[in-house]
Design a binder for this molecule. Structure first.
Ligand code: BG6
Length: 481
């Protein structure tokens, strides 16, 4: 069987990690704009929940040179050259995000910022020129700081209106140009990094928890309303949701570990999809809120909106897996995509950042999601960050090819298992600033960007060995895996 004939092969990036141009054409300041570069030493104690009022204050006053996402890889100005390279690899799809801070910089403008829209018009037209499907993520980890300062984060229902206005503006503008959309990137990461998802700074206690879960509820409603509005504008739009899928296994066959793992999978991964794909809060989600004494401010009409605005496909990123034990005390831990977990002794290889490399976990994840929802699955991110240096104009990234090959073999097996998988977008096809630690030296690309953590370098682009491997893979639709 293998991959569908119309399989969407491509790559994914996010505005806040690639565009740079942080204050150009009217853009307002976002949370990623105020996250400093985290050095390997600092990484050991760094928490994703670290943003405080002080971080914001420092960010506003501090020198631009402290904040790598402000310059990204200058994609705002290099998109033509970069998309040309994606086309050379044969991309069928290119996933990128649009920045709310560019389109409605103060959130409450009546009309969108035309200059910013013209930029995105150009990016989309450039994709279409090469017959690449643009896949737009409407919100990818870059909430304007004003969401916090004006409204105290997404717990304020006003954000539903702001988002629907913004999404609808994009749906109308790109009605005939963009078919594939994702409303929120990795919506489940509100549990780990609320500043980049629901625009809330660090906090604790009941009031904070009530707000955090109300915030994600408001995102469920905003997504559902947007899907509903989108279909009125173009019934052929294909709209998805997305989680960071952290596949988790029981630590042992002890029934208590199996049960703990079952519950972990629910609240780490599945709860968010259940609401957006099935259209209602499942029993265990309602129970979790009740048991933890969390009051989510819902309105009477929300259930109906969530039921009506379900998505067309299930999107997930997949980087790694963890194990879960009933009693985690004293057990070895592993690093990870925003969230680590317990170390799996059966997994021998980890990335330079300690993320466990587990290709079979991808097959398991896809089967689990397809089994549960029976809707098309889109792997929206998968990739490996590594420390690399340019050697005679290229990088011999055999480990990246190995990572890619092993994961795609498992994805193909998932297709052979009967799962309907519509696409795969590698994270990130070109080196960019890392989300978690604002490092440029954590490189994911098939294309090397000559720039260091401080923004020094020529910014020239160089294809790595993996560039040619992926090109061949796309040309043969993965048949030779
Ligand atoms: C995902 C995000 O969580 O992981 C991306 O959607 C991010 O934005 C990717 O870049 C990898 O994480 P990091 O921290 O290595 O950039």
């Amino acid at each position: 069987m293998g991959f569908r004939k119309d399989f969407l092969w491509g790559g994914a990036i996010a505005a806040c990690q690639a565009e740079g141009a942080y204050d150009v054409d009217g853009k307002s300041l976002t949370f990623p704009d105020i996250i400093k570069h985290i050095s390997p030493e600092e990484r050991k104690t760094f928490s994703q929940a670290i943003v405080t009022e002080e971080t914001i204050k420092q960010g506003k006053e501090g020198p631009v040179s402290d904040y790598p996402k402000r310059w990204g890889i200058d994609f705002y100005h290099t998109y033509k050259e970069d998309i040309k390279l994606f086309a050379e690899m044969g991309f069928k799809v290119f996933r990128f995000s649009i920045s709310l801070a560019r389109i409605f910089p103060t959130l409450d403008e009546k009309d969108p910022n035309e200059k910013a829209l013209l930029y995105y018009d150009d990016v989309i037209n450039e994709c279409l020129k090469y017959h690449i499907e643009p896949l737009v993520t409407i919100a990818h980890f870059d909430p304007p700081i004003l969401i916090w300062e004006k409204y105290g984060g997404w717990s304020n229902r006003h954000m539903i209106d702001v988002f629907v206005k913004y999404a609808t503006c994009l749906f109308r503008r790109y009605k005939d140009k963009v078919k594939y959309w994702v409303t929120f990137n990795e919506i489940n990461m509100m549990t780990k990094a609320p500043f980049k998802t629901v625009a809330m700074i660090a906090g604790e206690g009941k009031e904070y928890e009530d707000k955090r879960w109300t915030a994600v509820h408001n995102q469920f409603v905003a997504s559902a309303k947007s899907v509903f509005e989108a279909k009125k504008i173009n019934p052929n739009f294909v709209i998805g949701c997305m989680i960071a899928d952290i596949t988790t296994y029981p630590y042992s066959s002890d029934p208590d570990d199996v049960l703990a793992n079952f519950k972990k999978d629910h609240m780490l991964n599945l709860a968010f999809l259940d609401v957006m794909v099935k259209g209602y809060y499942p029993y265990y989600f309602k129970n979790y809120l009740k048991v933890h004494g969390i009051d989510v401010k819902m309105q009477a009409e929300d259930a109906d909106v969530i039921a009506k605005g379900v998505v067309d496909f299930v999107g997930a990123s997949y980087y790694m897996s963890i194990v879960t034990a009933d009693d985690p005390n004293g057990k070895a831990i592993t690093g990870g995509n925003m969230t680590g977990g317990l170390r799996n002794e059966k997994i021998k290889t980890v990335t330079d950042w300690g993320w466990q490399i587990d290709p079979v976990g991808l097959r398991i994840a896809v089967n689990e999601l397809y089994d549960r929802y029976e809707k098309p699955i889109f792997i929206l991110e998968n990739g490996i960050g590594a420390i690399e240096e340019l050697e005679n104009g290229t990088v011999h990234d055999t480990y990246r090819i190995e990572y890619l090959k092993s994961h795609l073999k498992e994805l193909k097996k998932a297709a052979d298992d009967g799962c309907d998988i519509i696409g795969y977008t590698w994270w990130g096809p070109i080196d960019l600033v890392s989300s978690g630690t604002s490092e440029m030296s954590k490189r994911y690309g098939f294309i090397y960007v000559d720039q260091d953590d401080d923004g020094n370098g020529t910014k020239k682009r160089y294809p790595k060995d993996s560039f040619y491997w992926y090109k061949e893979l796309i040309a043969t639709n993965g048949e030779n895996l």
